[in-house]
Ligand binder design. Structure first.
Ligand code: 2AM
Length: 175
């Protein structure tokens, strides 16, 4: 199965992002279904059940309080990356706690064979895929707060309708 760690979006955040996208964030590409909005923390890739178990137990065994705390990030900028062809919303300010968590999860992923991510962590919610051209600059930037109190291990399944994500396990973050 194909798995990754990420932050879920709650229904209010999903709705706010989808509303902003409908009004201001139009791009030539495939709109990601709002149900799929998330922030990837660490992409792991293909694992079998044994490695999945090893991975989960390694996350369980991280020191107490290791995951940093619960927090929030303000999604107040958008960007376009031509290589993956995605248009996204993300924070304009650095998110050091989230970056530390992402690093830790990438490191744990390395123990089950995940490729180490060389690019610096850039938290983002993908709004469109398959964008071959830069989207027009939006008239109004988003200003949407995503609050998070846990992170999630997702399975990504590719179907005829595109990707869908199933939450396999959650880990709470300190309040
Ligand atoms: P995204 O976060 O930019 O949208 C599940 O496929 C998630 O993991 C997606 O959200 C995707 O990117 C991210 N992802 C997919 N393939 C990846 C890869 N090879 N390296 C890093 N991230 C990847």
């Amino acid at each position: 199965m194909r798995i990754f760690f990420g932050l879920e979006t709650d229904s209010d955040t999903r709705r706010a992002l989808a509303d902003w996208r409908d009004r201001y964030g139009i791009a030539a590409g495939r709109a990601v279904p709002a149900a799929n909005f998330h922030i990837t923390l660490a992409f792991i890739g293909e694992v079998d059940n044994r490695r999945l178990d090893t991975l989960c137990r390694a996350v369980d065994a991280l020191e107490p309080g290791p995951h940093g705390g619960a927090g929030k990030i303000l999604l107040d900028q958008v960007g376009y990356w031509p290589k993956p062809g995605i248009y996204w919303a993300g924070p304009s300010q650095p998110a050091p706690e989230l970056a530390a968590l992402a690093r830790k999860l990438q490191h744990v992923g390395g123990m089950v064979g995940a490729r180490l991510e060389k690019r610096p962590f850039a938290p983002h919610v993908t709004l469109y895929r398959g964008c071959t051209e830069p989207p027009p600059a939006p008239a109004v930037l988003p200003a949407i707060t995503l609050a998070y109190a846990h992170f999630t291990l997702f399975e990504s399944q590719l179907g005829r309708q595109g990707a869908s994500y199933q939450a396999l396990e959650h880990w709470q973050l300190e309040p």
